[in-house]
Structures are given as structure tokens and as C-alpha cells.
Design a protein around this ligand. Structure first.
Ligand code: DGJ
Length: 718
């Protein structure tokens, strides 16, 4: 006890000395979070003094200890991973950053703070940007690095963000896996040393590990309690998160582009802008952090985040490469009868010298295969229009099959090692987007199609290969820039498309789950979370992504993957952006009718499901059941999805407590999405309860029937 008191007194004494030296305090705040920087006037350096629940009183903030250096450099007195490492013209490898100034300004819906730091021996400048969204409790952070040395300096490390946390224990949840097995949530305690989450795949970068994490302080992450930090990086390429627990049990989180094989030679006056690290902190567990992320994404980041989405029928799993015009027109009829908004033509419609009859050839030759589609895309657009639906088209414009005319003509556009055998992933290679000519070509695929067929209402933009054979014929002796320039090239293309076709919705698809970052999602209205559409797997996959992404950003299709009842498959898909990828006519009458009603229900309730607040009520990771609910802003309408996966016999089940309702309001519960001719088995169906009852007592919705589901519409009654 005496020792504790002694330390406390020392801490107060040290803080007092420090605060006397800290005249400059830079608070970055949202409604619930404070991130506070201070300048130590005795050495001019910038420190992160605090990150956590909002501090409202300046007098308290003044008493905070100085903390840890904000953007640690290599070569000085810190012994852990630096945020930045540079090599100067004279061979000196060190950097010492001192505070110069800071300024703040109002952006729409956010406040921006820029802190400028400079080395006093070398003309190197780092600007740290913070964009704080008060209501959504989201902070974006990035850095700009520049210099005025005579020749280029080499950047070896260039983090977007360095955050310091202090706690007894740290629990990291990663979202990793593989193709068709994405975002498996694994939580582990961090001990001394480093844990890295990264990718080196170049493109299809998130195939093994998604670009986000969550970090719980003191105890394992909980849904509705406890302190958690959620972070994600907006970079459609190699990223790295480094979590390092140091000798004082402090945690440093470094986020940014993966510097692996990517030393960057920065010319004088060129500005190296890092991608945005986007984070939130919640003292009320994971649920609140997710809702903040989802709300922010809809409002500020996701393309057309506040607009509606189209339901669709896709032909991929219904036909694979085996189709012709007649078959497609027949599927369009099914789409129209089903009541979806659009028919989406997938892979297999293009190339003539090497027709795209399998994934071995044709990629790169974006002309309709005349033997399959003698009347071209134009005829299909017309057919769709006549049936009262829209037409969407699949492309994979960044890639090439070696068996293609494009490869024969333009091998210099392909990333490949000049003197080695080629290695293929899905029989294809990646085009060199660092080359502006290739950027023009990729842009012209979309622009050409849109010019010829302005009726195309949607693109599914696929990307099935990581970068293999890493060498850019264009970059020549600057190969270490390739991973970065490739991503920048992609953004140039996407920006041009967005400028010319601002209202064109597009799906970000990358073999399923290979791309899901918030920078790409500025250009895409939704992404394809996984090729795995087996509904039990999908419950886990959608659950995982929901930590960062709103329901409307996740395309979810009903397919034949899995032998579960079509109701179960459709109910799972109805939790996100609903689509179908199946022959509707091959189903029985009752199932077909059920699907039609489910589409109509989804459309009727899409403002709640796609734009409402999401509450994860029962985790599939914790039992054989799962439940998710959505409530609109005024909490007068909600939709509950409840699933039994593979329950044990005679399992004991508790009523499910709802969230997000008004305590005093009365709600009527109605089970929807029932197979025609069947009745609800739920006792609560048709009854009215107060919000208080629903949230404190709950309703029995789970059963021991395998692959069973319920969708309940909850409506306030007056
Ligand atoms: C991978 C995608 O994830 C699938 O949905 C489908 O579009 C195929 N590519 C087509 O090759």
C-alpha cells in the first residue's frame, strides 16, 4: 500500500512538472471519444496523452500525463516498431520530429485537425491528419510525408496511424480464413512482443485476412459492455497492422500499407499520402462500435450509402459458363416473376478467338462471344427492359488469361517476371495498373460498354487473382513501388468511372471476400462477402463482416449451395442485400411462391433492414442459434431474424431479449416469410408487448429443429 502511495505521489509530481511544460494541447473529439495530443514544450515533440472515453473538462485534460510519442521515428531513443523510417541523402537513417503547428477546420459532418511536424536537422515534414465524425464516433487518420532534400529520400516505414493504449490486458480479435471461409473471428490475448496481421497478395488482398480488427481492453470483447477499439484500413492492397506490447505493458497499434518489399523513393516536394486508418472506440462493447461504423459508412463512406439497393437474380451458380441468349432470356423471365429489380449476367459472355467457355481463357477480350450471344449485350438489355427489370453485367477488367488476344498483343501490360516461368492463380495474371496506358485500357472497358449499351444499370467487378510473378515492365528499376502504384492506378481508374458515371452502382467482388475495404467502397455500392453461400456458413460470414459493414453493403444471394430448405437460405440472405443465384423455375410451387413473398417483404422492409440500426442478439459462435435484429431510427419498426442451426436434442433454450426498442411503446409481432400453407409456430406471433417486456423478458424464438428460421416484423401500435 505504501509503495502504491509513493508511486501515485511520484506520478502526480511528474504530471505536474510535465503539465507545466505542456502549453499546447490538441484534442480530437467525438461525442463519446477523446484522443488527446500534447506538445512537450521542453523538447518540442508531440505525445499521445490519452485515448478513451470523452473527457469534457480542460482542467482534467491539463492534468493528464504526457504519454507516449505520437508518431515514433527510427533512429532515436525508442526501441520498438517505428511509425516512420527514412534514409536521407547523406546516408543518415534517423528522424526526429518536432511540433510546428496545428490547425482545425470544419468539414461536412466532421472536424479535421492537421498537426505539422518537422525534423530540425533535415527538411522532412510529416503532417498528421485526423478527421473526427462527432455523432458517429469515427476518427479517420492518415499522414502526409514530404521533404526538400536535393535527391529522393527512401521511405522504409510509413504508417497511417500509431495509437497507444494502456491497460492490464489486451484481447485481439482477427478476421481471417481463406477463400469460401472468410472472416473467422478468433480472439487471443496479446503478450509481450508483436503480433502482425498483414497481407502480401497485392490484389485480391483480403483473401486470407480482412483489413480490420477489434481490440478489447482488460477483458474479452463483449457485445454490450466493455471497452473495445475497432480499426480498419482503407487500402485495396497490402496492408499491415502491428500490435506491439512493450516492456511497460503498453500497447502500440501501427496501421498502414504493408512496407514489405515496398521501399519508396520519395522525390523532393512529392507528397506521400498514406491510406486512411479508420477507428472507433466504445465503452459499451462491440454492438455500439458496429452501429457507429455502420451508420458512418452509410452516411459518409460507402458509395450511395443512403440510397436504395436493387434486388437481383444472377446467373452464375444457375448456369456457370453454360448459357446462350435463349437461356438467359428465360432466366430473365424468372427474375421478373420473382419480382427482383435486376438480372445480372455473370462470367462467360465474352471473347471470340478464345471464347470464355471456362476460366482457362478469354479474360481480357471484352467483346461478346458471337456464338453464344449473336445479338450482343444490346439485345439482352432490351429484353430485360421489356420485362420491366434492369440489366447488370460481370467484368473482371484488371486481369488477363494468357490464352487471350490481349495477352498476345500486350504482354508488356502484364505483371510478370521477364526471365521466369509464369505462375498462374485461377489460370490468370494481373494487369500492370502502375502503367497509365493500362489504366486507360481498364477504364475503357467500362466506358466502352456504357457508351455502346447505356442501358447497363450495374457492374459486378471481379478480381480473382493475387499478384503473382511480381515485376512491372513499366516501372523498370523501381520495382519496390509496384504494390503501391498498382493500387493507386486502380483508384485512378475507379475515380474516372465515378466521375463519368456517378450513378452507376457496382459490386466489389473478388472471388468472394478478397476485397472489402473502405477506400474501395467509395466506388462500390456493395461487396461480395464470400463465394460460400451455404446458409449456415453465411450466418457466420455475415456476422463477422457486420462488425464493420452495414447490411446494405453486403450482397447475399440465395443459391443451391447447401441442402437446407429454401426458406432458411432466403431468410439468411434477407439479413443483407438480397439476391438470388438459382433457377427459380426448378423449385416447387410453394417454394417459388415463398420466394416471391420474401422478395416483396424484403423490399417493403428494406428501409429497416438496410438503413436501420443493427443489434446482434445471439451469436452463432456461442450456441447453435443466431439472431440479429434491425430497428429504424424512430424505433417504431423492427425486423428480427432468428436461426436454429444444428441444435442438440432437448437443448434448454431461453427467451431472446430484444434491443433498440422504446421501453414504453407497444409492439405487435408478426411472423413473415412463411412457406405458403404453413402457420407460424411462434407463440408470440400476432401478440402485442411493450418494448420493456421485449427487452427485459424476451420471446421464445429458438427451437431444436435444424436449419430452421423465423423472420418477425415488429410494429409499434398506438
Ligand atoms: C468469382 C465470383 O466470386 C463469383 O461470384 C463469380 O462471379 C465467378 N468469380 C465468375 O468467374
Amino acid at each position: 500500500m505504501k509503495i502504491r502511495l509513493f508511486f501515485l505521489l511520484c506520478l502526480i509530481a511528474v504530471s505536474a512538472v510535465l503539465s507545466a511544460n505542456e502549453k499546447t494541447v490538441i484534442p480530437i473529439t467525438t461525442d463519446n471519444i477523446s484522443l488527446i495530443y500534447k506538445v512537450n514544450d521542453s523538447n518540442g515533440r508531440l505525445y499521445q496523452s490519452y485515448l478513451g472515453q470523452k473527457l469534457s473538462f480542460d482542467s482534467d485534460i491539463a492534468q493528464l500525463p504526457l504519454g507516449n510519442e505520437a508518431y515514433l521515428t527510427h533512429g532515436m531513443e525508442d526501441y520498438f516498431e517505428p511509425a516512420i523510417r527514412v534514409l536521407h541523402n547523406d546516408g543518415n537513417p534517423s528522424l526526429l520530429l518536432k511540433y510546428v503547428s496545428h490547425e482545425s477546420k470544419q468539414l461536412s459532418g466532421a472536424n479535421e485537425t492537421v498537426i505539422t511536424l518537422k525534423d530540425d536537422k533535415y527538411p522532412v515534414e510529416v503532417k498528421l491528419y485526423f478527421i473526427a465524425y462527432p455523432k458517429e464516433n469515427i476518427i479517420k487518420e492518415y499522414a502526409e510525408i514530404s521533404h526538400q532534400e536535393k535527391k529522393p529520400v527512401t521511405l522504409y516505414n510509413y504508417a497511417s496511424s500509431l495509437l497507444h493504449l494502456n491497460s492490464d490486458k489486451y484481447f485481439l480479435t482477427e478476421f481471417s480464413g481463406d477463400w469460401a471461409h472468410e472472416v473467422n473471428m478468433k480472439e487471443s490475448e496479446l503478450a509481450f512482443g508483436k503480433k502482425m496481421l498483414d497481407t502480401k497478395l497485392g490484389s485480391r488482398a483480403n483473401m486470407f485476412c480482412s483489413p480490420f480488427f477489434l481490440l478489447a481492453l482488460d477483458r474479452k470483447a463483449e457485445e454490450n459492455a466493455g471497452e473495445v477499439l475497432f480499426g480498419t484500413i482503407g487500402w485495396t492492397g497490402n496492408y499491415r497492422f502491428t500490435f506491439e506490447v512493450d516492456n511497460e505493458n503498453s500497447l502500440r497499434i501501427l496501421s498502414g500499407i504493408n512496407p514489405y518489399a515496398s521501399e519508396y523513393s520519395l522525390k523532393p516536394n512529392e507528397v506521400f499520402r498514406t491510406p486512411e486508418f479508420i477507428f472507433t472506440y466504445s465503452a459499451e462493447g462491440k454492438g455500439k462500435a458496429s452501429r457507429d461504423f455502420q451508420r458512418w459508412a452509410r452516411k459518409y463512406q460507402l458509395k450511395d450509402g443512403e440510397k436504395s439497393r436493387m434486388t437481383l437474380l444472377n446467373n452464375w451458380e444457375a448456369t456457370y459458363f453454360d448459357f446462350n441468349e435463349d437461356k438467359l432470356v428465360a432466366i430473365m423471365d424468372e427474375a421478373a416473376t420473382l419480382g427482383v429489380d435486376m438480372f445480372l449476367l455473370d462470367d462467360g459472355w465474352f471473347a471470340n478467338k478464345y471464347p470464355r467457355s471456362s476460366d482457362h481463357q478469354g479474360l481480357g477480350d471484352w467483346q461478346e462471344t458471337v456464338t453464344k450471344l449473336p445479338n450482343g449485350i444490346g439485345k439482352l438489355v432490351k429484353e430485360a427492359t421489356n420485362k420491366g427489370i434492369k440489366f447488370g453485367l460481370w467484368i473482371e477488367p484488371e486481369m488477363v488469361n494468357p490464352k487471350s488476344e490481349l495477352y498476345e498483343k500486350h504482354k508488356d501490360w502484364v505483371i510478370h517476371l521477364p526471365n521466369r516461368d509464369e505462375y498462374y492463380f485461377r489460370n490468370q495474371m494481373v494487369l500492370d495498373l502502375s502503367n497509365p496506358e493500362v489504366q486507360d485500357y481498364v477504364y475503357s472497358i467500362v466506358d466502352g460498354l456504357m457508351t455502346k449499351y447505356p442501358g447497363i444499370a450495374y457492374f459486378k467487378w471481379d478480381c480473382n487473382s493475387p499478384i503473382t510473378n511480381i515485376y512491372s515492365p513499366y516501372l523498370k528499376n523501381q520495382q519496390s513501388h509496384l504494390y503501391i502504384e498498382h493500387v493507386r492506378g486502380l483508384y485512378n481508374v475507379l475515380e474516372r468511372i465515378k466521375q463519368k458515371y456517378p450513378n452507376l452502382p457496382m459490386m466489389l467482388c473478388s472471388g468472394g471476400g478478397g476485397r472489402c475495404d473502405y477506400e474501395a467502397l467509395k466506388y462500390f455500392t456493395e461487396f461480395w462477402p464470400s463465394d460460400n453461400t451455404e446458409p449456415v456458413e453465411r450466418i457466420f460470414i455475415q456476422w463477422g463482416y457486420s462488425h464493420f459493414f452495414p447490411a446494405k453493403s453486403m450482397a447475399a444471394h440465395v443459391t443451391s449451395w447447401g441442402k437446407q430448405p429454401v426458406k432458411f437460405r432466403t431468410d439468411v440472405a434477407s439479413m443483407c442485400k438480397l439476391g438470388f443465384d438459382i433457377r427459380i423455375n426448378e423449385m416447387g410451387q410453394a417454394d417459388q411462391q415463398y420466394c416471391k413473398e420474401a422478395v416483396a417483404n424484403f423490399k417493403r422492409l428494406s428501409d429497416v433492414i438496410l438503413d436501420g440500426d443493427q443489434y446482434r442478439l445471439a451469436s452463432p459462435y456461442e450456441s447453435e442459434h443466431a439472431a440479429v435484429m434491425y430497428a429504424n431510427e424512430s424505433a417504431n419498426k423492427a425486423v428480427l431474424f432468428a436461426f436454429d442451426m444444428y441444435p442438440r436434442y432437448a437443448e434448454m433454450m431461453q427467451p431472446l431479449r430484444l434491443q433498440g426498442l422504446k421501453k414504453d411503446a407497444r409492439y405487435e409481432l408478426k411472423e413473415i416469410n412463411l412457406i405458403p400453407g404453413t402457420k407460424s409456430r411462434l407463440e408470440c406471433n400476432g401478440r402485442t408487448f411493450s418494448g420493456e417486456f421485449l427487452m427485459n423478458v424476451g420471446i421464445p424464438v429458438f427451437s431444436s429443429r435444424p436449419t430452421n428460421s423465423h423472420v418477425i416484423e415488429i410494429t409499434e401500435v398506438r
